[in-house]
Design a protein around this ligand. Structure first.
Ligand code: FES
Length: 522
């Protein structure tokens, strides 16, 4: 088995009869409305992939893990039309990914359900897809096996609580790749004072590193490949994020340094790969590094500034000023959009605080979404008490209303500023903001079904045994796979919520609880 790293979450894996291309993201326009760009730049890998497909007599498959644009590169996939290969994609409850891929191509698409084995050339060569289909996350991981060699690419799929089962089923896994950096708007878009921002970022970063370490211990591979991020941000409005001393976008050397210290047993080779590097997995592991795309840490700032300078005109063109009529039209459509979302949101009454939207470029306009009274409209009232606030640019919102971006894509552009009082995460607010109206009903059903699960488990933390809910109140992660920290917290392995067992199992960032009951005197 030979694995070539394509950059970000992309790999090209080749065996005797097969080539599997995974999540090739090589677009020169990055992703999420040109807010994320590949680091290091991998635009040159498009030719390598195309040559491979055109010039091989082997069976070629192209796997897309999910529809996020840093995995699903529609512009590049269009260029592959007419070439000989088959798609392998996960089967989700919603057919969006299937619809998107079908709209691009008439190539054969193999739809693969969760934990289903698809044999490629006899029983000894297969792929298995593992899905996380929970509305707020729709993602998948892939395991490719060929004659006993196995590569498990978990990318950014939140299935860490299933690793133990996967390992029991699959046995020896030689190569493992997963995400180690952040990819959400918290805390990067939140209007925190610098000290708090640094604290929140550092805590999130380290807990993500810890979850990678635990995943490595459970998989026990020969090699670990840090992948699926971080991107770099080239828009002048975002570029400073790259240079913050503390954030949730660490690069390979930092996680490798952490893992080198943290992993005592089962330490695999920790590979710092750049696009074009390859790994031969024979009796011995043979890594061929190319220095073509490597960026030394000391060169990072200049590298990013040079990279960004190629896009100056593009970012200037994005900025649009609207006439009064155009602006009223945008506001009207936005009110309509949120009213529609509210109508499709059966749990709206559970959100106590209002949501405000303000425009940086038109500070006189403020829209209020009142979940309690089911009303959306313009307001002159200043936010007070408990509230959630988004400050954004009118032209960014227009792109969502025009259907160029989904709400989730918009959130991943990071081109907004967020405020919440108090600073407490609410899964329902998150769902309301990020989901399309078609997903809302199912999302609410899912939340209710998680709340109705009553199974309990016993965990031992800080030398004390507690009875706790087995399933995490966030998205139902199995707390049997949680880990403990600081002698009092139980940490869910999926998104790393911390539950304080000395305080009844309350989450330390919101009011969710796993109803912890001590089984002996503390
Ligand atoms: S499922 Fe998200 S933190 Fe537990």
């Amino acid at each position: 088995m030979n694995i070539v790293y394509l950059g970000h979450a992309g790999f090209l894996v080749e065996t005797e009869k097969t080539v599997i291309i995974m999540d090739p993201w090589v677009s020169k326009f990055g992703a999420f409305d040109c807010s994320w760009f590949q680091f290091p730049c991998n635009h040159h890998m498009d030719g390598f992939i195309i040559d491979k497909i055109k010039n091989t007599a082997k069976s070629v498959y192209l796997y897309i893990s999910h529809e996020h644009k840093d995995h699903f590169d529609a512009a590049f996939l269009k260029r592959l039309n007419g070439m000989k290969f088959r798609y392998i994609i996960p089967e989700f409850r919603r057919t969006e990914l299937f619809d998107l891929v079908s709209s691009l191509t008439d190539q054969e698409i193999i739809l693969c359900g969760d934990n289903r084995k698809v044999c490629l050339n006899g029983e000894d060569e297969y792929v298995k897809i593992y899905t996380n289909d929970s509305e707020l996350n729709r993602d998948s991981a892939i395991l490719y096996a060929c004659n006993g060699q196995k590569f498990f690419n978990m990318n950014d799929c939140k299935i860490s609580d299933r690793i133990e089962t996967i390992k029991q089923e699959e046995g020896n896994i030689r190569a493992f790749a997963c995400q180690f950096s952040g990819a959400t708007w918290h805390p990067v878009c939140y209007d925190y004072p610098p000290k708090k921002y640094a604290q929140v970022s550092t805590k999130k970063k380290l807990s993500k590193f810890e979850s990678v370490a635990l995943a490595i211990e459970r998989v026990a591979p020969d090699i670990y490949i840090p992948s699926a991020g971080p991107a770099v941000f080239l828009d002048p409005k975002l570029i400073e994020i790259n240079f913050q001393p503390h954030n949730t976008f660490p690069r390979n050397p930092e996680v490798i340094k952490f893992l080198n210290k943290r992993l005592k047993t089962s330490k695999p080779m920790l590979l710092d790969l750049v696009p074009g590097d390859s790994i031969g997995m024979g009796d011995v592991i043979d890594v061929a590094y190319t220095d073509k795309a490597r960026v030394r840490e000391a060169e990072f700032r200049n590298y990013v500034l040079n990279y960004a300078s190629r896009y100056t005109a593009l970012f200037e063109e994005r900025i649009t000023a609207f006439s009064e009529d155009e602006l009223s039209g945008i506001v009207r459509r936005l009110v309509h959009e949120f009213s529609d979302k509210l109508d499709n949101f059966p749990l709206r009454i559970k959100i106590q605080r209002p949501l405000y939207i303000e425009f940086h470029d038109y500070p006189d306009i403020r829209i209020k979404i009142d979940f309690q009274s089911n009303h959306v409209g313009r307001t002159f009232e200043k936010p007070y008490g408990d509230y959630y606030m988004i400050k954004t640019y009118s032209y960014d919102i227009k792109r969502v209303l025009d259907g160029l971006l989904t709400w989730e894509d918009y959130a991943l552009t990071f081109r907004m500023q967020l405020n919440r009082e108090p600073d407490v995460y609410q899964v329902l607010m998150q769902g309301f903001l990020l989901l399309e109206k078609e997903d809302m009903n199912h999302f609410c059903e899912k939340i209710l079904s998680i709340q109705n699960r009553t199974e309990r488990i016993v965990v031992e933390v800080g030398g004390c045994r507690y009875s706790v809910d087995r399933y995490c109140p966030h998205e139902g992660g199995d707390l049997k796979q949680a880990w403990s920290e600081e002698g009092r917290y139980l940490v869910c392995s999926r998104h790393r919520w911390y539950f304080d067992l000395e305080d009844g199992g309350i989450c330390n960032t919101n009011s969710a609880t796993i109803n912890a009951i001590p089984l002996e005197e503390n």
